[in-house]
Ligand binder design. Sequence first.
Ligand code: CMC
Length: 435
Amino acid sequence: MSSTSPKTATLSLEGTNRSATLPIIEGTIGPPVADIRKLYNELGIFTFDPGYGGTAACDSKITYIDGDAGVLLYRGYPIEQLAEKSDFIEVCYLLLNGELPTEAQLKEFSHGVTTHTMLHEQLRSFFNGFRRDAHPMAVLCGVVGALSAFYHDSLDINDPKQREISAFRLIAKVPTIAAWAYKYSIGQPFVYPRNDLGYAANFLYMLNAVPAEEYKVNPILCRAMDRILVLHADHEQNASTSTVRLAGSTGANPFACIAAGIAALWGPAHGGANEAVLKMLAEIEHPKNIPDFIEKVKDKNSNVKLMGFGHRVYKNFDPRAKIMQATCHEVLGELGIKDEPMLDMAMELERIALSDDYFIQRKLYPNVDFYSGIILKAMGIPTHMFTVLFAVARTVGWVSQWKEMIEDPAQRIGRPRQIYTGAPQRDYVAVAERG
Ligand code: CMC
């Protein structure tokens, strides 16, 4: 805290002589925070913050966002630098351990992940219990939760070694589960992981290979997939990460916590937005329909949102969206796709929205999901797998945040309070006497 910044804030209750002094806590960067933990004891009042827009639920050293400046840092490193110079497995190490690895550390870490990619063979039959037309997010959520029934030797959250093994297992096995959920949905045989391939290449291989012919991973698609994974790896205390932390605060095992995170990610306001963007573009159908669509979005009674736009924290360009847009052009160019009507429509939609007062006043900009769906589509990934892919990437973020929380000696169960607005206490009335 600098010598000029205030060290306390005072909250006084109007009409009384009672007040509380709240300590001001400062992080390394970012706005200061008033510590309200003793407020109820001192003044007998709680704070009210639905959606937690003004509440820091924890302190964390992992990811920093400056929403006004459009900055995203993993462990202090700008996302642009990591997307350009690093790769997903190195980013996983960084998020989990706090520092970039040495060559030897990276090799050991990569080996640790690679040697956990296979699933317990009995899990194969678990997939058969789902309907073929189940959404792969439903399958992912169910099978990841079921890992806790298969890996009893890494459930003790108080044992650092077991925590490490469960971290490796989750990062390594989620892509296998995701790919198998897809294979199951299209009736193709499951493809076992190949440990001679890198993380992104192995994932593409498990998604696309069939036993009948040789499959060669396209290096351009592999690089794009790796970049997509890096961009989605963590995003501080978003809804799914907060869900993982809340579940983890009860002492639940890591597999159960990550399954909870997957469930939260699925919603269209969160990770489901990438799938929703493509559905939206398909519904708009033609650029000539964009002005009508924008009018519908602006009409409060329509319940229509411009998917892939807006963010709770970013009130400027989401830096991930900028990289996604550039990657989108690169991938389409490399694949020789000269004319992609979805991309043309997305760019036109963005152009119109960014010059419209409704979006300008509310500071609504494209988020990470606006362009990711178009890249994934060009890569041949089916729409219902988009959110699954987000979950594959975010698993390392969830695991890192869960680990940080468990290792924090000040950690306690998450338990928000409420304003009760229901009936006051009243006496039970027998059914015959009710009017
Ligand atoms: N289209 C139209 N209006 C919007 C949009 C949008 N996409 N986003 C926000 N608004 C309006 C909103 O109606 C409100 O207007 P008013 O002040 O007149 O009531 C104003 O902008 C402020 O929005 P908010 O609802 O208070 O913002 P929020 O922080 O609660 O919601 C959000 C953030 C991401 C849920 C929301 O912007 C949204 O639903 N966007 C579309 C879905 C989407 O793209 N989600 C992906 C987010 S990034 C990846 C991830 O987190 O997984």
